[in-house]
Each structure stands twice: as C-alpha cells, then as structure tokens.
Design a protein around this ligand. Structure first.
Ligand code: GCV
Length: 712
C-alpha cells in the first residue's frame, strides 16, 4: 500500500472512531483517558490494583466496571495484583478489620462508605448493591477529577424504590416517546440479548436506579402470556447483576382478556385465584420480580370501579397475590372522570383521600408531581401530605411531553427540585414534598420515586443529547431528593463534557436557566394545558372542541373579556381548599400569590397591576418575550463552545437549539395573538410584533408531530 493510500485509510478509520466515540451512546459513563497528566499520574500512583472481594454476579459487575473505568481513565489495564496502593471493594461484612464497626453501623440497605485506609481506597457496601453503587460513585469522582486522597463518604439511599416507568408498547412504539422506538425487542427476546440492555442496566445502576417497569401504563394483557413472560425474564436476567428489578404494568381486565373469565371483579374469588396463579407463574420465571404498576379507571383503562369496587379493593386484590413473594403494587392516582363535574384538579384527591388507611402494606400510591398532568410548571399535587397512613410515591415525567418534547433543551432537575422543596405544611412548616417521598414525615418504610423514561432506540438514547441530563437528574434525586439541581447539573456536565472549567460553567448556566425559559415562552404566570390537542406539540390555546371539556385549553385558561386564569379559590372551584391551610394562605390572595402560580388559582383582570407595577397583560407579554431572549442566550452560549466540543455532539445540540428558538417564537406569537383578542390591549411598543395573525397560527397543521397518525 503506498503511503498516501495508507494515510487515507488511517484517516478514514480514525474519523470513524471519532464519530463513534462521540455519538453520545456512552452517556455519562465515558471513561475517556484523563487529559490532565497531573491528575492522571496521581491516580496511577494511588491505584495500582483493583480487588473486589466476592464473586457474585453483582460484585462481578462492580469489578468489570472498575476495570473498564480505570483502563479508560488511566490508559492502562489494572486488575488484582500485589501492589501496595489500590482499590478494595466488597460487602462491609466480608472485609474484616478493613471496615470498623462504627462505619458498618452507619450503613443501611444499598448504602456504602468510601474511605482511605493503609494506602487503599476502600469501597464497602452494606450489601452487594451498595458495593456496586459505591464503585460507580468512585468512578464518578474520577470522572470529575476529584482528590482521592482524603475520602470519607457515607451514602445511604433515602428512597427505597427508584424506578423508571417505560411507556413502551409491545409493538415497540413509545407513548410520549421522542427518542425512537422502544429498546425492548419483544420479537427477538428471549434469545437475542441486545448489548444495549446491559448498557441500559449499567447506566441506571450508576445513578442508583433499582427498578424498571418495562411496559406502558396503558397496558396490554398480552404481557402476561407465557411467551412474553419468558421474554421479560430474559430482561430480568440482564438487569439482576446490576441490582435492577423488573416490574410490569397490570391491565386490570387481564383475567377476562387473557384468562377467558367473565369478570375481573376484585372481590370475585375466581378472579383472585387467577391473579394468584399468575403471580406464582411470574415468580417461577423471575424470582426477584418487583411487582405491578397499575393505571385503573383512568382515561379508558379498566379498573375496579367497573364492578362498583374502590381503588383500594382493586389494589389490595393484586397486592395479596404478590405479597407471598415480596412484590409490591404501585397504584396510580392519575384519575379523573368526565362523569364527575368537579374541576379536574380536584379529582384525584377526592377519589383517594377517603381511602387513606385502606391499602395493604405492599401498596404504594403513585402520584404525579402536579394535579393536572406534567405541565411546564404545576403546583404540587394536594395528595402530597393528604394521605398520612399510605406510602405516597412521586411520579415525575422525564420524557418531555409538555416541555418541548424531543427538541427543546430544558434541564428538568430545576423543576424536580422546585417540587421536592415545596412545603406542603401537612404537619406544620417544613413538611416538604421530599420528606413525604423519603417517608420521614409520616414514618413510612416503603418509599419510592418513579420517572417516566425518555429512552428510545436513538443512538444517544434520549434523542436530544441534553435529555440525558434529565435521566441522570432523576436517578440522583431518587437516591437523594434533597440534592441541589445546580450540583446535579455540574456533575452531569463534568462527566458528559470533559471540557474546560469555563465551558462547563457555561453548560451548567444553560441548564439552570432553561426550565424558566421554557415556562416563559410556553405557559408564563401559571397558564397551563394550552398545548395543541392530542400530541401536545406546539401551542393550542384556542382548542375548544374535544371529547371531554377538560382536554381543551379553554377549560384551563378561561380567557374572557374580563381577564385570564382559573379561579380555584372559594369563589371558584375551591381546589385550594384541598391543601393545608398554611399552604393555601400563600396562594389564596391575588396580591400575595407567587406570580409563577397566579393563573393556576385566580381569574385575574387584564389591567390588574401586579406587584411589579405592570398590568397582567404587560407581564404576560414581557414573560413570553423574555423566554425568547433566554433561548437566544442559550444558543449564543452553546456557540461559544464550538471549539471545545466534538463536532457531532456540538452540531446535534446546535440544530436542536435552532429548532427550539423557532418554536419558542411560534409559541410566543401564537399565544400573545390569541390572548390579545380578549385583552384588547396593545403589545408593548418596544417588543417585536408577531409575524402573523391568529388565523395563521390556528390553521397550522403538522401531521409529523410525534405521537399521531399522519392525516390531513
Ligand atoms: C400513558 C397523559 C398523557 C397520556 C398518558 C397519561 C398517563 O394524559 O397524555 O399519554 O398515558 O397522561 O399518565 O396515564
């Protein structure tokens, strides 16, 4: 081969490698060689061997991860040898004098300590899972170039069940999924095990996620057929060495659809026996099966109310089938009915609050963070704090159904943090949502946090590269709901973009400001549910014709010649009355209600002066325009990083930011133009005027929006 040809071939393979290396597949587990020679050499001195005590599948995962992480970071292969300095990891009980009793006594299930002792870095878990999590923590520290010479870390998870909810259908479409198809290849399972399953499990374990509900809550009974269960068992086998349990969604009518019974009445002994037999079969295939997630009597799903039974009777029947094996039922409180005339905001509370105390011990009630449905900003659901005798677990959405879907950069950690830090006053001041979720407020042992996954077959898993930050943030907050969003953004950025500190700070700033930007250009001042119908992509404040009133936008914004917003005080629906009185007090008065929630609770006159002296209308306009300025700034910030970020990831984010800016302007112009017909007030003269009239925006038709069948 002549030199030129050789050079060309080499260049081709190098560029191929470069592309592959930076397509985002590796998420935050990149393990690239540490560029800073000082840090690298220091680590090399400190770590010359890796010893993992024990050989169980979970400990083998820990060993493999340490070996591949260190080989990547340091550029050399390290394994067990007789060097003096190195890492010793294992279950504390098996480590003898290396772990003192006082350290052991602080450990709880799945927890770990990391410390230095006799030239060694010791990672000691309460159990095998704790050891695995500790090893991931150590690798995270190395990815952040931390000093490893003075380690004194104690971590116990604050929440017990930390679970992803995949809204994945058996035909591999994903409800509200914006990153391709479902990663579960039901056709080829159980014989073909996609290596992606292992990487999925690794990624989850690295942030402490210990469960995956692999099927959609709009459930299909077919998943309980023997062949599907064998497929699920194959997934469970891949997840188990990473400490992850598999869960399935249970369609309440399965005994009819699959079992050929005439009824699914939870009080019918034949139905009960059907579920007991099914549970036995599942556990014979998946001994560590986690349990069921159930959406019942909600949006057309079957449930116990079809037989005149309560949610408690339905949940307990399933819970009793799982109890002998240690399984749990996560029963969703996302229920509302068009037969109930009450404000949809109030319905979940009305349904579930009276059932407090009626659920079996292995039932957890899963509540969405807000009372409506994953809006860009919602007040917390009044159910948090209202069911002291029941474990109430959090459901966050990681996929961005209402937050720009697959094309907008919105760092959700800020939103999660806002929710978790909200004081419900359920037991006086300091009764934060985090304290309800971690069980400490009402002394619950069973605790949980669920996140609706944003994962799909896209090479980078989440479609938008920054969607990875939301997956990461969910895991970290499920482990510790008290973590600060800014720390999570920093961690994720350091691990995902090993660029200069200044560049990392720029990325962190983008993430920090992005949620507020989205709220501003979509739903400022507490507007909510004004998206286009069905697919929820783009603005649709004019939506007024739907099968149910509470699926329309006009139901929520209530714009008229007098003003804007939903009166939920005593003169309106009185939804505020569902909260503790100290909580209510802050919101009940238009003068004192925080502006970001104003239109959630009040119908406010257009010309009313808000605390800043400007009218509601002017505030609304200025917030919409501010959102655009914030997106423009994010674009500028990202552009400033071009020389530091690999071209593939840079371009991908850049193109998405360009779409985001265009769509933010669309949102602004459509909404301002729509609301102006009621306010009859001018858009402040110093602001750019909308490009088109209202008719133009109303007529826009986009059959390519994710989640709908293209039609004219
Ligand atoms: C899985 C909203 C979404 C639905 C989703 C539902 C739920 O209504 O638009 O796609 O269904 O919430 O959480 O059950």
């Amino acid at each position: 081969m002549n030199i030129k040809l050789f050079a060309l071939t080499l260049a081709f393979f190098c560029s191929f490698y470069w592309l592959k290396a930076d397509d985002g597949y590796r998420l935050w587990l990149r393990y690239d060689k540490i560029a800073d020679a000082g840090v690298r050499e220091n680590y090399k001195k400190q770590i010359q061997f890796i010893q993992v005590i024990g050989d169980s599948p979970i400990l083998q995962s820990a060993r493999k991860e340490l070996e591949s992480g260190l080989a990547g970071f340091l550029g050399i292969n390290i394994s067990e040898n007789s060097a003096e300095n190195g890492i010793v990891a294992g279950v504390a009980e098996s480590m003898g004098a290396l772990v003192l009793p006082e350290k052991k006594s602080e450990l709880r299930s799945e927890g770990y300590v990391i410390f230095n002792k006799n030239n060694k870095i010791v990672v000691a878990g309460f159990d095998e899972k704790g050891t695995l999590y500790g090893c991931f923590h150590l690798l995270r520290l190395m990815g952040q170039h931390a000093d490893l010479s003075r380690l004194d870390i104690l971590e116990n998870p604050k929440v017990q069940i930390r679970v992803l909810n995949h809204w994945d259908n058996l035909d591999r479409t994903v409800e509200r999924g914006y990153a391709g198809f479902s990663i579960w290849n039901w056709h080829q399972l159980p014989h073909y095990i996609d290596p992606r399953y292992t990487d999925y499990a690794r990624a989850n374990a690295s942030i402490g996620i210990n469960g995956a509900v692999v099927t959609n809550v709009n459930a299909n009974a077919l998943v309980f057929r023997r062949d599907y269960l064998e497929k699920a068992a194959a997934l469970a086998d891949v997840f188990r060495p990473y400490g992850i349990k598999i869960y399935l969604t249970a369609r309440f009518s399965s005994p009819i659809e699959l079992g050929g019974l005439k009824t699914a009445d939870p009080l019918d002994p034949i139905v009960q026996r059907w579920w007991q037999k099914k549970a036995k079969e599942i556990y014979s295939l998946i001994p560590n099966f986690g349990g069921f997630l159930v959406k019942a009597n909600s949006e057309g799903q079957p449930g116990p109310q079809d037989y005149g039974r309560s949610h408690a009777e339905g949940a307990n029947m399933l819970a009793r089938a799982l109890a002998p094996y240690g399984g749990v039922v996560m029963w969703r409180a996302f229920v509302y009915s068009h037969e109930t005339p009450a404000d949809r905001f109030k319905q979940a509370f009305m349904e579930f609050k009276p059932l407090d105390g009626q659920f079996d011990d292995n039932v957890l009630i899963q509540v969405k963070n807000g009372p409506i449905d994953f809006q860009p900003r919602e007040p917390v659901s009044p159910l948090f704090g209202a069911m002291p005798q029941t474990p109430v677990i959090m459901e966050f959405q990681i996929t961005k159904e209402y937050l720009g879907q697959g094309t907008h950069l919105v760092g959700l950690a800020s939103m999660y943090e806002e929710v978790l830090r909200t004081d419900t006053y359920a037991k006086g001041p300091g009764s934060t949502v985090a304290k309800i979720v971690d069980g400490s407020l009402f002394n619950h042992k069973k605790t949980g946090m669920a996140g609706v996954a944003n994962i799909g077959t896209d090479r980078n898993w989440t479609g938008h590269l920054f969607g990875q930050a939301d997956w990461y943030a969910f895991g970290r907050l499920a482990w510790d709901p008290y973590m600060a969003a800014s720390d999570i953004f920093k961690e994720w950025t350091q691990l995902t973009f090993p660029v200069s500190e200044k560049a990392q700070q720029t990325i962190v700033d983008m993430l920090k400001n992005s949620h507020e930007a989205c709220v501003n250009y979509m739903t400022p001042l507490g507007l909510h549910h004004i998206m286009a119908a069905d697919h929820h992509y783009g603005p649709g404040p004019w939506v007024d014709q739907m099968p149910r009133a509470d699926w329309t936008s006009v139901y929520y914004h209530k714009a008229d010649s007098l003003g804007l917003g939903f009166d939920r005080t005593t003169t309106g629906s009185d939804a505020l009355g569902q909260y503790a009185s100290a909580f209510c007090k802050q919101y009940v008065n238009q003068e004192t209600c925080p502006p970001e929630f104003l239109l959630w609770f009040h119908h406010v006159p257009w010309s009313k002066q808000l605390a800043n002296g400007k009218t509601l209308w002017e505030n609304l306009c200025r917030d919409y325009y501010k959102g655009i300025a914030q997106v423009a700034l994010m674009k500028k910030q990202w552009q400033s990083l071009e020389s530091e970020i690999d071209p593939e990831r840079f371009q991908s984010v850049w193109m998405h930011l360009t779409i985001q800016e265009k769509e933010a302007i669309w949102w602004r112009d459509a909404c301002v133009t729509y609301f102006q017909q009621f306010s009859k007030m001018a858009i402040p003269a110093d602001l750019e005027q909308p490009l088109h009239d209202l008719e133009y925006y109303e007529k826009l038709n986009y059959p390519y929006a994710p989640g709908i069948r293209p039609r004219w």
